[in-house]
Write a protein that binds this ligand. Structure first.
Ligand SMILES: *Cc1c(COP(=O)(O)O)cnc(C)c1O
Length: 440
């Protein structure tokens, strides 16, 4: 986020000649207001109210000295990234404006955008993990993240240890001690503590504050591994992990932030110190998002709060209906938590229950299939966070490749239907679920 008093990184004059307006009088403007214009001055683009899409592979330097200065930022000779536009694998106006706006929600110092959630996660791991290192992670993780950590990094001599999402701080501390010993034996370090909360598809919450406490207990303040968290399910509106001790926040922007099921992208946020090495890897391998996608995401950010608020309210109404239905065997919804320690984590970390939840249909796969096939408004598709309501069966779809015993341990049963509620009329949605349950 650009800050007038921050002298670390000069702002690109081409796109931001004026100090950004973040306050009126003493009043700090809210994210929903800042999404309409922050980081963009129409005067620089022929008065175009919306930023044009900058379709170019490279940018002309003002003079040779500027070229050298910009490359000092790209190569990391100077921290904080380039102070000018260079080449579209490194940066671009659309991506930079998007990064400025994205960082506002989490009050992050810096942000980076990526071609997908997975390319964001892969770039974070490449920037932090070396041969012999140990990755500690919460479980379950998004299936592709789990593959990346457990299988692909394993090819490069990296090992991992995991703890269940709801684990107590003392259990996490014990695991970190074990990881420290394992790393010493392998000639490496504990590289990163990687969290996902709420977990997919169980909605189990991780105690971020508790993990940060455990890290402090085991590593002190110097040389501690960063805590990264995939905040796709509740962020950026309902959970802001940087405020609870996380260092790096990761998003699949494909989901709530994109919000219209029409793009794939990722984002990573945190301090400049944590973003610099990640930016350096992104510069090297080219995992930045393209200008068109960045433009679409700026469009999406303008309605982020409206969409997420409505979806959250809809989910609450739908879940209140589903909870008492005779053909429903339980709900995995953060609005109705039955476990006291999970409720405690929720109360400390979350400001809303989200709109993605699990519903257990009485019976097994056959009954769940009958329910899914009978839905008329809700579409049968994976993904989440879009304007339209989606339903899927993780055991038969996103988690089909997970071995049976691990699926059982994670509570991913054959009757667990995952639903992402959209912004439709809530009573229409309830009517749809009612008739579909009637078919079961
Ligand atoms: C979708 C998703 C991802 C992967 O994001 P893509 O944009 O599909 O690459 C990672 N984590 C979570 C929690 C997700 O839901």
């Amino acid at each position: 986020m650009s800050d007038q008093n921050d002298d670390a990184v000069p702002v690109t004059p081409r796109r931001m000649p004026k100090a950004p307006i973040e306050k009126i009088g003493g009043r700090k403007l809210k994210p929903s207001t800042l999404m309409m214009g922050h980081g963009y001055d129409p005067v620089l683009s022929e008065g175009s109210l919306k930023p044009p899409i900058f379709l170019t592979s490279t940018f002309a330097f003002e003079d040779a000295a500027a070229g050298k200065r910009h490359f000092e930022g790209i190569t990391g000779k100077r921290p904080g990234g380039a102070d000018g536009l260079v080449y579209s694998r490194f940066n671009g106006p659309n991506q930079e404006i998007l990064e400025d706006r994205l960082s506002i929600w989490d009050e992050a110092e810096d942000a980076l955008v990526f071609s997908s959630g997975m390319s964001a996660i892969a770039t974070v791991l490449l920037a932090n993990v070396n041969q012999g290192d140990v990755v500690v992670h919460s479980g379950p993780l998004y299936a592709a993240t789990e593959t990346l950590i457990n299988k692909i990094l394993g090819r490069f001599g990296v090992t991992f240890l995991d703890f269940p999402a709801g684990a107590s701080p003392s259990k996490v501390a014990a695991l970190l001690e074990q990881a420290k010993a394992q790393a010493a034996q392998n000639g490496g370090k504990v590289a990163i503590v990687y969290l996902e909360s709420p977990a997919n598809p169980t909605n189990a919450l991780v105690d971020i504050e508790g993990v940060a406490e455990a890290r402090k207990q085991v590593f002190g303040d110097e040389g501690a591994p960063p805590i990264a968290i995939d905040n796709t399910f509740l962020g950026p509106l309902w959970q802001q992990p940087l405020k609870h001790g996380a260092d790096i926040v990761i998003y699949s922007l494909t989901k709530y932030v994109g919000g219209h099921s029409d793009l794939v992208a990722g984002g990573v946020l945190g301090s400049k110190g944590h973003m610099d090495p990640i930016r350096a890897i992104r510069n090297t391998i080219g995992t930045i998002c393209d200008p068109n996608t960045a433009w679409m995401l700026m469009r999406s950010l303008e309605t982020l709060e409206l969409r997420m608020t409505r979806a959250g309210e809809n989910a609450e109404k739908v879940c209140a209906f589903l909870r008492d239905h005779p053909k429903v065997d339980g709900l995995g919804y953060l609005g109705f938590i039955s476990d006291a320690s999970q409720q405690d984590i929720y109360d400390r970390h979350c400001s809303g229950a989200g709109s993605t939840f699990s519903v257990f249909i009485k019976g097994g796969e056959a009954e769940a299939f009958a329910f899914l096939d009978a839905l008329k408004i809700a579409k049968l598709a994976v993904s989440l966070g879009g304007t339209e309501t989606l339903a899927s069966l993780p055991a038969a779809m996103t988690h089909l490749s997970v071995p049976d015993d691990r699926r059982a341990a994670l509570g991913i049963t054959d009757n667990l239907v995952r639903i992402s509620i959209g912004v439709e009329d809530p009573d229409d949605l309830i009517a749809d679920f009612e008739q579909a349950l009637g078919v079961v």
